[in-house]
Design a protein around this ligand. Sequence first.
Ligand code: SF4
Ligand code: MSK
Length: 639
Amino acid sequence: MTPPQNKTADKAVECIMNEVSAKEVSTAWTRYQEMQPQCGFGDLGLCCRTCLMGPCQIHVYGGGPTKGICGATAYTIVARKIVRMAAGGCAAHSDHGRHITHVLKDVAEGKAPAYQVKDPAKLRWVADHVDIATDGKDDLQLAGEVADAMLEEFARQDGAPLRWTTGFLPEKRVRKFNRLGVLPTNINTHIAEALHRTHVGVDADPVPLIFLAIKVAIADLAGEHISTDVSDILFGTPRYNRTVTNMGALDSKMVNIAVHGHNPVLPEVMLDVMEELKDEAKAVGAEGINLVGICCTGNEILMRRGIPIAGNFSSQEHILLTGVIDAMVFDMQCIMPGIAPIAQGQHTELISTSDVARIVSDTHIEFHPETATEDGKKIVRMAIAAFQNRDKDTILIPDVTEDTIAGFSVEQIMDILSSLNPDNPIRALNDAIRSGELKGVVLLAGCNNQKQPHDITHLKFVQEMAMNDVLCVATGCIAIAAAKEGYMAADSGERFAGPGLKAFLDRLSAAAGMPIPVVWHMGSCVDNSRAADLATLMANDLDVDIHNLPFGAGAPEAMAEKAVVIGSWCVALGWPTYVGVQPFIYGSPLVTEVAVNTARDVYGGFFIFDSDPVVGAKRVLEELEYRRWRLFSSGGLRP
Ligand code: SF4
Ligand code: MSK
C-alpha cells in the first residue's frame, strides 16, 4: 500500500496549503489521507464488480475464495479490468476528437463563424497522409472531406484499418500490428468490443484480452491524432513562444478567468473577445482581463497563444483558493468535483461548457460552434460581474512564476533542427544520438496522483533524464510540472542538462538563434500523438522500425484511465515505459509478466513499474543505452 503523501515540489501550492491547513479546507490532499488505508483487493485488481453477483474478492494469498462466483480467476478479473480501463481512456481521448471534428465539419459548412481554417498547410499535410486528394480543392472543401474521413474512423464497417493508424506510423510497425491482429478498424467498435468481451460470461482468457487492450490502445492513438490534427487546423500548429508558469501569473487587479479541462474550442474564442470586453472590466474597477490555464486546456492555449498556465491536476483546488479566480470555466476531463464546494464558499463562478461534464452547482453554458462568440462573451461578462463580489481580505497569490518556452510541435521541432541540417532536419537529432551527445529521447507523459508526492516524482525522473543527456518531450501535467520547476526556461540548459545534452542545446540555440530549453513542451494529453510522429520521422530516417529507436516514455505520477491507454500504446510502439504508480495488476502474476516482460518479445516495448523514479529512470536509461549501441555500434541493425 502506498503511504499517504502530502508533499509538493510546487512552492505556490505549498504556500496555499500552509495558509488553508488551519481552516480545514477539503482538498484531494486531505481526502487522500482520509481514504487510508485503501482496499488491498482493489489495489491488486482482485475485486470484481462486473456483475450484480459481486463484489467478488479473490484471495490469492489463501484464506478465502480463489475464484469469483461465476468461476472467474484472478487472471481473468485483472485482465478484464485493464481492458475496461483502456477502453475508458480511449473513449475520453477519442470522444474529444469526435467533438472537435464536428466543429471542423461545421466550419467547412459555414455554420461556425467564430472559427476558420487557420493552418491550411496542416490541413493539406493531414489530407496527404490519409490519401485524400488535395489538388484544386479550396480549404473549406478539403476541411469537409478531412472531417468526413475523421468521422468515418468512428463508424466504418468495412474492416479496413484506421487511416489515422496506417497513415502516420512507420510501414514496418503497421505490418507488425497487422500480423498480430491488433490493427484497429473502428474506434467506437473497439470500445464497445472491450465492454462486451469483459462482460460477465464472455471472454475469460487473459491473453486475447490483453491483445484487445493493445488494439484499443492503438485506436486511442488514432483518436488522439485526430484531436491534435483538428486543433492545429482550426487554431494553428503550435510555434515557439515564451511565457510564464504558475500561480504568480494571476493578478489581483485584473478579472481572472481560469480555463480547465482538455478542449480548446471555447477558450480560443474567449481570448478573441477579451480585448473587446476590456472596457467593461475597467468599468467595474479592474485593470483588465487575465486568462490562465489549468491542465490540458491550459496546455493547448499555452502552446498556441503563449497563455500562462497556473497549475496542473493536483493544484486545481489550490488555484481556486487564491481567492482571485472570478470564473473557472471547464470543458471535459480531469475536473475534480472537489472544486465545487470551494467555489461555492467564495465569489467564483463555476461554469461548465460541455454537456458531457457537469458538476452539481455549476452554471451550464453549453458550447455551440454556431454561437461560440456570444457564449464566450457571456462567460467573460459573468467573470466581470463576479469580480465585484471578491472578498479582498482572503486573497493570497503566491509570488511564484517560472520562465517558460513552449510550442514544440513536430513542425516547430523540424524548423529548429533545420538550422543544423537544412536538407534533412530529423537527421540532426539522429546524428546527435549516433554520436552519443544525446542518449535518446523520452516522452514525459501523464498526470498527478496523490499516491506520489506532487510533482516531486515527476521532477526526480526528469532530472535523471536531463543529467544523463536524454532529450525530453513532454505533455500533460508532467509538462506543467517541468515548466514550474524551470525545465522550460531559457537558462534550463545551464541549470539541469548533462554535458552532452547541454552541448546539443547550445549548438541548436546558436544555430536557431533562440534559447532552446531542456524539456520540449509538446502540448496536451492528446498531443502525445506528436511524440509518435516524431519517433516515426526518426525511424523512417534510419529505415528501422520504431521499437529499434532509443526512445522511451515515462509517466511517474500516472493517474487517469487515459494514462493507462497511453502507456499501452507506448509499449505497443516498442518503448520502455516507466510508470511510478502501482497498476491494478499485481493480483495476477500472469498479467504482470506479460506487461513487464512478454510484451517486449512481441512488441519490443514493456512496462517498468516502480514507485522510485530514480530506479525507473535507471531502467529506462539502460534500455536507451542498449538500443543506441544495437542501432549504431553493433555492426548494423537488422530489424
Ligand atoms: Fe463475481 Fe464473476 Fe460477477 Fe465478477 S463477473 S462480480 S467474478 S460473479
Ligand atoms: S490533464 S489526463 S491529469 S495529464 Fe491532460 Fe493531467 Fe492526466 Fe488529466
